[in-house]
Design a protein around this ligand. Structure first.
Ligand code: UDP
Length: 330
């Protein structure tokens, strides 16, 4: 039976891909997004967009009251580690305050299923090797801390009010809709793959590689890049799993790639050189973040379909070729 879902941040990168996945299976959605970083053009014309700020308690309450909802997906958040290191209180106030306002409205209006976009950044400097769900929590940034606070809030909302939650800790969301409808368009762009692509195209100055002296084989940071369509699929599987109770999953591919390896992949896919220069470390960046994704694989049958780095980069490249200015003026 088709469901009906509220998606905060549904105009953003990962949220818009989740909306596409829900619609592909016949569900309907309403997107709640202030378009501060999301794009109107990323929301299909026949999907209702509530353009409002999650800080607006009346707007949040009205949206959640307009149920019934089979689930609420919460993507909308400030999400840059570096910004959070410059402006910790803004990050904590916005992400925690907005998330609590939404969770509280869900409890009051009888929502039973909640899916939270969380992050690998709550593990901080986790050391070498894949990180599973039992690894110690030690956020290396206010951004990571803000997501951890929301994880805790959901734990209590579950224990006290019975709100079931799926907490999905993303590692590095990457790539673009293979059908070419959606892609990555942050303004300003800070993420590695789109910046490397633009450097290859000569649309930006050479890429700054943030730190070449990390304790990794080539000295650059290692991250676990997961295709955004595979992330969307994981949300649907985690949602179904809520029938059995709340879950927390580390959502990565279990494979790490260094910044220099990503640069190599962009060069192979584009057939162009990627100009780059060594730069100092970015505060808050751990040397290595790679997920042990065994739990979500075992419990939901999830497996990334676009697992190879070159395949992930190829979809990002195709999006950039077809949409040189992203979503344009939208
Ligand atoms: N990075 C980099 N230069 C850039 C942007 C990112 O060297 O211009 C590095 C960054 O330090 C990290 C990795 O690329 O190790 C991925 O960064 P991104 O901002 O894409 O995602 P994050 O890991 O912060 O979620």
């Amino acid at each position: 039976m088709a469901g009906r879902f509220l998606v905060t941040g549904g105009a953003g990168f990962v949220g818009s891909h989740l909306v596409a996945a829900l619609r592909a299976r016949g569900d309907s959605c309403v997107v709640f997004d202030d378009l501060s970083t999301g794009h109107r053009a990323a929301v299909p014309a026949d999907v209702r967009l509530i353009q409002a700020d999650l800080a607006d308690a009346a707007a949040v309450d009205a949206a959640v009251a307009d149920g019934p909802w089979d689930g609420v997906f919460h993507f909308a958040a400030l999400s840059l580690v570096g910004d959070s290191m410059r402006d910790p209180c803004r990050y904590l106030a916005a992400n925690v305050g907005n998330g609590l306002r939404l969770i509280d409205a869900c409890v009051r209006h009888g929502v039973r299923h909640f899916v939270l976009s969380s992050t690998a950044a709550l593990f901080g400097e986790a050391g070498a090797g894949p990180i599973d769900e039992t690894a110690p929590i030690a956020p290396g940034s206010p951004y990571g801390e803000s997501k951890w606070m929301l994880e805790r809030a959901l734990l209590w909302a579950g224990r006290i009010h019975g709100l079931r939650s799926a907490v999905l800790r993303y590692f590095n969301a990457a790539g673009a809709d293979p059908e070419g409808r959606l892609g990555e368009d942050h303004r300003p762009e800070t993420h590695l793959i789109p910046l490397a692509i633009d450097a290859a195209l000569g649309r930006r100055p050479p890429l700054s590689v943030f730190g070449t002296d990390y304790p990794t084989p080539d000295g650059t940071c290692i991250r676990d890049y997961v295709h955004v369509t595979d992330l969307a699929d994981a949300h649907l599987r985690a949602l179904a799993r809520l029938e059995q109770g709340s879950v927390t999953y580390n959502l990565g591919s279990a494979t790490g790639h260094s910044v220099l390896e990503v640069i190599g992949a962009v060069a192979r896919v584009s057939g162009r050189e990627v100009p780059w220069q060594a730069a100092s470390r970015r505060p808050g960046d751990p040397a290595m973040l790679v997920a042990a994704s065994g739990l979500i694989r075992r419990e939901t049958g999830w497996a990334p379909r676009l697992a190879r780095l070159d395949d992930i980069v190829a979809t990002a490249w195709q999006w950039r070729m077809a949409h040189p200015d992203g979503y344009g003026a939208a």
